[in-house]
Write a protein that binds this ligand. Sequence first.
Ligand code: 5AD
Ligand code: SF4
Length: 459
Amino acid sequence: MSNNSAFSETNTYINAVSTLIRGRGLHYLVLTFGCQQNESDSEKIRGMCEAMGYTPSPDGERADLLIVNTCAIREHAEMKALSILGNFKSHKIENPDMIIGVVGCMAAEKDVVARIKRSFSFVSFTAEPASLHKIPELVSNAMINGEKSFLATPDSYDIVEDMPVVRLNKFRAWVSVMYGCNNFCSYCIVPYVRGRERSRDSSAIIKECQELISAGVKEITLLGQNVNSYRSDINFAGLVTRISEIEGDFIIRFMTSHPKDTSDELIRAISTSGGKIAPHFHLPLQSGSDAVLKRMNRTYDLERFMSTVDKLRLAVPDIAITTDIIVGFPGESEEDFSKTLGALRRARFDMVYAFIYSERKGTRSATWEDDVSKEIKTDRMTRLLKLQGEISPERNERFVGQTLKVLVESFDGQEGVYIGHSPHNKQVRFACERVEIGSFVNVLIKSAKNTCLIGTVQV
Ligand code: 5AD
Ligand code: SF4
């Protein structure tokens, strides 16, 4: 345990709830929407649930405590979470003692919380992302006097260390290194729901990584909304280098990086890590048009972005570069969009995650007319996916004939193949007698498909 005592008050409530529910065989269920940061937060929520004495729902459906960890990045994610939440109304009617909480990014939006109060009266509490450590207190309030609590703003944005964690995967682990965002890209709700940037102490992060590696974890993904703006006593390049120096057979990934914080020092750290830092960089471009990038407040233009791509490829040959694109941003003309297609042809990303613009209340771009019609947005999305559908398999071809180190993650019984990922984050499928899930194997790549590589194990 570190000296951070922020969790000690929470422990009082954990003990109170565990006394109340002891011997009753109560179950919990955590449903997670959105990004890896939410997956990581949910591991801590599960940790608190189990510390309170709940055990996992045996059928993944019936539960005495349901916590829905939500995402606010696009309207679609919000609608999905509310629709699934609505399905649990009948569970609450069957089991009136059931406690239902809505947490995460949607719980930081005041009008969403008002809607939950109004239309989802079976919800006992909400807690925004910086208040997750209060969940035991909220459960305790609901249990003892049926009190409803709605925490849409945090008491403080201080990082709470020492939260209990239940990790679902034994060989791949998330490690949050920083929280929040200062960038205020004009379309993005994240800075409003997750607050300003704050970084964990490097010593706490390095200790957590050491413990994970000692416990047999083979892949650590460092997380942050803006991971490469990490700064404490060391910067992000220093942090990944320190972690890469930990003894053991493992690889480090990180996401999501901002192009403006992709320093030469970070690129050098990857190239000199001897493969410990994965040769994969997720570098969101968002648009290939400088005019749109400016209105998005991305603080770089296409040329600067491309020079980072070039530097990455020069320093780390074969590096996989992936990106995010928003299609149909307010005012995006056909000419702007064709610049995005041009940028994809030029950058030749390994993979593109494309999103149709979704207006988010409270952001700057929401004050501009969402003037690209639905039909045009869909048409642009189709054209973008078609182009990238040609580029991705071509990019995969470069691995044919290479032997890649693959972390074995699962076995597909239907196809009789093992599935894993290469350090470049390419899915690799291979048939073989028997390998251990969670181990590294060397796979000779025989062919490349659109979304994966096919190979055979080298012994
Ligand atoms: N509409 C559509 N996509 C968005 N993203 C962020 N905000 C929005 C929005 N309002 C996308 C960006 C970001 C990714 C995580 O989600 O591309 O990089
Ligand atoms: Fe959103 Fe931009 Fe911050 Fe990423 S960098 S979380 S897109 S505001």
